[in-house]
Design a protein around this ligand. Structure first.
Ligand SMILES: CC(=O)SCCNC(=O)CCNC(=O)[C@H](O)C(C)(C)COP(=O)(O)OP(=O)(O)OC[C@H]1O[C@@H](n2cnc3c(N)ncnc32)[C@H](O)[C@@H]1OP(=O)(O)O
Length: 438
């Protein structure tokens, strides 16, 4: 790590600029392209080719992304990158978040956060984040979300882990047997059909799955092999579709064989999206049936996975790596609480801390017939639970247990049993899982 004395000290002043992502041929393309290059640098990517930049920016435009960049206003170090290259980047776009029982809330999605090494630890991330969260709140957005490169950065801004995922390696030799009676059928398709089919199937999953975030345009391109992570077509992609009994497609898997050098011979799942429980298990049966392959790996598998329970031998799944996935940040506690449906009636008074001053306070949550009434009450009111907004954000989607957060010291239980009551109230109809990385 470099110390501050070794980095250019010409850059104490920055101009923060925001502009929309645009595709080639539109005004502002050069600025957007330079911004995207800076993001690549921040994540240690090789310099993207002009074609890769063009294709990425076309998908970002579809998403309606807003790019924020920090630009040096003072003198730039001689022969260093010019002032039009941002020293810091911060991207946002808006998609719906499934908050349980099919209810949707628009979310501010934060992505592409980078600060050039020579300008780090001068408060640029803090400045961009606090300004952006305030702006989103002013627009009436009640939650922000991100997926994090490191676990230690975002808690200080009020984000809490709200969903988990894990990497699995599944033994698909003769040992793989499911206690499941197939109801649909599967067939192989030209990967390009996913350009149309994938969004329709995903939207069904999105409506059914607490914690799901609407997908950016790139996903259908990735799943169909049209635009791989390296910016090129991916000819290795294969696709199978699942058909329900009525003949409609209700699931798909996009995958690739990792080559004869990888032993045991392995297929890697690129995207597995199933709108029904049957489709999910039957797509796994298909993957396990691929000849000459002994292992299927998937890096975005749910932690609470029906596959493990459907397998005659659950030890076919080797899953050592469970990790945080979606980080959530409530921006407007009363609006977010009122938007949810609740499984158990009751009353909880929550004293919520927020060191960014966006939405702290004491709130009385009254659930009657599953519907919430939320009222801000004086701070002196006796609270049942005292917690930071990051902890409330963690339990909001029902994917993290308040009793566990109490045990960890993240929630203080002033009224005995209140954490268990919160667990029952915030419960959702099925396991929280987010299939969208952004
Ligand atoms: C949503 C996403 O895009 S995730 C991707 C995040 N980006 C990366 O990991 C790329 C590589 N890293 C970077 O570009 C930078 O180091 C960043 C963006 C993580 C931090 O940017 P900086 O401008 O240096 O952060 P800034 O100076 O504003 O620091 C803000 C606070 O975060 C802390 N912080 C910054 N980076 C880290 C880190 N990697 N780990 C722990 N704490 C950190 C600082 O100590 C500071 O704490 P404080 O204000 O509570 O005292």
């Amino acid at each position: 790590m470099v110390t501050l004395s070794l980095v250019a000290d010409l850059s104490g002043n920055y101009d923060i600029r925001r502009f929309p992502a645009v595709s080639k041929g539109k005004a502002g393309y050069a600025e957007a392209e330079t911004w995207a290059q800076a993001v690549g640098f921040g994540f240690h990517e090789s310099t993207r080719t002009p074609e890769h930049r063009e294709r990425s920016l076309a998908t970002y435009e579809v998403d309606g992304r807003i790019f924020t960049g920090a630009y040096q206003t003072g003198p730039v170090a001689p022969s260093s990158l010019p002032a039009e290259v941002p020293v810091a980047t911060f991207g946002t776009f808006r998609k719906t978040l499934n908050i349980g029982f099919g209810r949707m809330l628009e979310a501010q999605l934060v992505t592409a956060v980078t600060v050039r090494t020579s300008h780090r630890r001068r408060g640029l991330l803090r400045r961009m984040m606090t300004e952006d969260l305030q702006g989103a709140k002013d627009d009436g957005i009640a939650v922000a979300a991100l997926t994090a490169s490191e676990g230690s950065i975002y808690g200080r801004f009020g984000y809490g882990v709200a969903s988990l995922e894990r990497s699995v390696k599944v033994d698909t030799t003769a040992r793989f047997k499911l206690a499941h009676q197939a109801t649909g059928t599967i067939d192989v398709a030209d990967p390009k059909v996913l350009l149309d089919v994938a969004p329709a199937v995903f939207n069904r999953v999105h409506r059914n799955t607490p914690g799901s975030i609407g997908r950016q345009d790139w996903y259908r391109q990735l799943a169909s092999g049209s635009l791989g992570r390296d910016g090129k077509e991916d000819p290795a992609i294969k696709v199978a579709l699942h058909y329900a009994a009525d003949g409609g497609v209700d699931g798909y898997v996009s995958y690739k064989f990792l080559g004869w050098e990888t032993e045991p011979y392995t297929v890697e799942v690129v995207d597995l999206v199933a709108a029904t429980d049957h489709a999910y298990l039957e797509l796994w049966e298909y993957l396990a049936a691929i000849d000459l392959v002994e292992r299927v790996s998937w890096n975005e598998a749910p932690v609470d996975d029906p596959l493990a329970w459907a397998l005659v031998d659950p030890r076919c799944i080797d899953a050592s790596d469970s990790r945080d996935m979606l980080w959530l940040r409530l921006l407007d506690v009363p609006a977010a609480l009122a938007a949810r449906h609740y499984q158990a009636d009751g009353k909880l008074v929550l004293a919520v801390g927020d060191n960014l001053g966006l939405t702290g306070g004491t709130f009385a949550l009254n659930i009657d017939g599953g519907q919430a009434g939320v009222e801000r009450v004086p701070d002196e009111t006796a609270a049942d639970l005292e917690l930071d907004v990051s902890a409330l954000s963690s339990i909001y989607l029902g994917g993290v247990c308040p009793v566990t957060l109490k045990a960890a010291g993240k929630i203080r239980e002033a009224a005995q049993g209140a954490a268990l009551k919160a667990k029952q109230m915030f419960a959702v109809e099925r396991a929280t899982h987010c299939l969208t990385h952004f």
